[in-house]
Design a binder for this molecule. Structure first.
Ligand SMILES: *Cc1c(COP(=O)(O)O)cnc(C)c1O
Length: 244
């Protein structure tokens, strides 16, 4: 552990903790990209992806005012959610979906970004506890033709959106995608432009969507230029992680 990291453990040292400087640097990146796009940085919601990170790192970001946190693995996420239960945080499930995860996701998360099939939607709807507001949903779209990737095929998207809109305990908010990694900003932007086009098509079909979940540590500028409303950032905020 470096001197900086250990000083971040105390209130007094928080000003120079690694999370503080990474957070400020990220805010500056968001503002710069937003300005270039003729948008306001404040209009882009930041989801801090805390998978693989210890509770202390979440705590440090909480103190900086961060509220939205994303996790990919249930067994890692559930103890964290319980630990911060009284802090008013908003928890987003962004990991791979499986039928046997639906109950815990419905019971413990506020959002899911990785829904890609009607059977899981039905299960989440049935399992969402009555005392909670509807589960907020982004549909994950498959942007490339690679067969193993999760996500709904673009030509099935409208059907799935209609289905989810008909479920009372789910609230369809928008779309999410994880494009194939590329260092080329033009390639990054082209993928996100495709997601934006699908988003516009769904809205034109009458779906009341407000969330375009796109952009990560290495391509958030491209995503913001293409109209992202929510970026999911892990490494640029927390540094490296042990898993995922
Ligand atoms: C891990 C992950 C992220 C964050 O990726 P970084 O490159 O660390 O910013 C975003 N979205 C999803 C779906 C992820 O699994």
């Amino acid at each position: 552990m470096t001197d900086h990291a250990s000083s971040g453990q105390t209130d007094r040292g928080l000003e120079c903790s690694p999370q503080t400087s990474a957070y400020r640097a990220l805010m500056a990146r968001i503002d710069r990209a937003a300005r270039q796009a003729g948008r306001l940085g404040a209009d882009i919601r930041l989801l801090a992806v805390s998978k693989g990170q210890p509770a202390a790192a979440i705590e440090a970001l909480c103190r900086l005012g961060q509220r939205d946190f994303g996790e990919s693995y249930l067994q890692e996420a559930l103890p964290k959610i319980a630990r911060f239960g009284d802090k008013g945080l908003v928890w987003h499930f962004i990991g791979p979906m499986q039928t046997n995860k639906c109950r815990d996701i419905a019971a413990h998360f506020d959002w899911i970004h990785s829904l890609d099939r009607a059977a899981h939607a039905d299960r989440l709807d049935r399992r969402r506890p009555a005392h909670l507001p509807p589960l907020q949903v982004c549909l994950q779209v498959k942007l490339s033709l690679e067969p193993r990737k999760s996500g709904v095929d673009p030509d099935q998207l409208l059907t799935l959106a209609r289905h989810v809109d008909g479920l009372p305990r789910l609230r369809l908010r928008g779309l999410m995608a994880i494009p194939e990694a590329s260092q080329d900003p033009a390639v990054q932007r082209a993928a996100y432009a495709r997601l934006m086009a699908l988003f516009c098509a769904l809205r034109a079909a009458g779906h009341d969507l407000d969330t375009l979940s796109m952009g990560m540590s290495d391509d958030l500028e491209a995503a913001i230029l293409e109209g992202s409303t929510l970026i999911r950032v892990g490494r640029a905020l927390f540094g490296g992680r042990e898993i995922g």
